[in-house]
Write a protein that binds this ligand. Structure first.
Ligand code: PMP
Ligand code: GLN
Length: 378
């Protein structure tokens, strides 16, 4: 058998969660909340199910939800987005990413990604015959050198994937980054895939910079979002993608044979729920409290803490504690000290150890307190 993905194994998130469960550890590895979603939202889903909204949704998603998204974009970013021609509801961010990559990448095309990178980008590019060109970013700032990116661009470059706010580095892009990217792709046959699934989780008064706000980017970008992150419902697998009309037409050609459409009663429920702006405006302060609790607790350990500017992740440096490589150390802590975290090396295509682990803090206060108790033993 000739594998399309010979190097791909079970994802690091599945691996660490399985190890965590096997050893009864506190699971701060895979990114998902351990607290419930809003009961009001759950009631809305069941209400729509009882009302009979249980058959296929329209292929691009129900108009009520696309309109609610357009309203949110207008409110937050002061942009007009046409829900008919530019917004498509997807089965989570992952499906949006995969289908968008399939929309623009032809066999032999180059795709630039920044590492550490979310794990789905590289295999998705390779399934469609593309070649990943990784740009290696380094701790602690993980700053992009746009001149370096420019030097990697050739006739073969078809797509640049950015992730802002970034999983796993918890850094956010600045206005000058987006301006540099906009300049870089001007007059080139290059598209941008902007993974903004953590757009509503950004700290210390920072303001999210979306590709949709930059005309030269908006014209050539796919913007990916996920309701899993916004509503604490990662298991619902509901998200959306925004792209200019021509790209949306091409995206939907693939989407309709990839999933056709996404969960109907949840779309209706989310559309109603998003009617109130607090739903997305309060998310940053909600998670900022958790981040601060974690940071204060970690200060009593021997880990060095890297700043978390956005997302519900935070990186810690353990070079004061151990010389082990990241995977071995993450496995050791899970087994012996009962806290599961993710080795950052897993987000690089070529093994690269910086003695960093990723912590997910989308957890109940008691979960974080218990994890900190364990980490103090190290
Ligand atoms: N992109 C990033 C950066 C993510 O962290 C995640 C969720 N882990 C996704 C995409 C996928 O989103 P979803 O769970 O909605 O498929
Ligand atoms: N996005 C989650 C994370 O970064 C994991 C999602 C998954 O397990 N595929 O931890």
């Amino acid at each position: 058998f000739s594998s399309k993905l010979p190097e791909t194994t079970v994802s690091i998130f599945s691996q660490m969660t399985a190890l965590s469960n096997a050893h009864g550890a506190v699971n701060l590895s895979q990114g998902f909340p351990d607290f419930p979603a809003d009961p009001e939202l759950i009631n809305l889903v069941t209400e729509y199910m009882h009302q009979g909204f249980n058959q296929y949704a329209p292929m691009p998603g129900i108009m009520e939800l696309r309109q609610a998204i357009a309203n949110k974009l207008e409110y937050l970013y002061r942009v007009q987005v046409n829900p008919e021609t530019e917004i498509t509801i997807t089965s989570g961010g992952t499906q949006a990413l995969f289908t968008a990559i399939g929309t623009v990448v032809h066999p032999g095309d180059d795709v630039i990604i920044f590492e550490p990178a979310y794990d789905s980008y590289k295999p998705s590019v390779e399934v469609f015959g593309g070649k990943v060109i990784p740009v290696r970013l380094q701790a602690p700032a993980f700053q992009i050198d746009w001149d370096e990116v420019e030097n990697l661009i050739s006739d073969k470059t078809r797509l640049i994937i950015i992730n802002n706010p970034n999983n796993p580095t918890a850094t956010v892009l600045k206005q000058e980054d987006l301006v540099a990217l906009e300049r870089l792709i001007a007059n080139q046959n290059i598209y941008v895939l902007s993974d903004e699934v953590y757009e509503h989780i950004i700290y210390d008064g920072r303001v999210h910079q979306s590709v949709i706000q930059y005309p030269g980017l908006r014209d050539k970008s796919f913007l990916v979002a996920s309701f899993g992150k916004l509503l604490h419902t990662t298991g619902w697998k509901l998200g959306y993608i925004i792209a200019p009309p021509l790209l949306t037409i091409e995206f939907r050609k693939i989407h309709q044979f990839n999933v056709f459409s996404s969960n109907t009663p949840m779309q209706y429920a989310v559309a109603r729920y998003l009617g109130q702006q607090e739903r997305y405006l309060n998310l940053s302060s909600f998670f900022e409290k958790k981040r601060d609790l974690l940071v204060i607790g970690l200060q009593e350990t021997r880990f060095n803490i890297l700043p978390s500017q956005g997302t519900y992740f935070l990186l810690v440096d353990y070079s004061n504690i151990s010389d082990q490589d990241e995977l071995s150390f993450a496995q050791y802590i899970t087994k012996e000290h009962k806290v599961a975290m993710v080795p950052v090396s897993a987000f690089y295509s070529k093994a690269y150890n910086q003695q960093l682990l990723r912590i997910c803090f989308a957890k109940k206060e008691e979960t974080l307190v218990s994890a900190i108790q364990h980490l103090k033993e190290l």
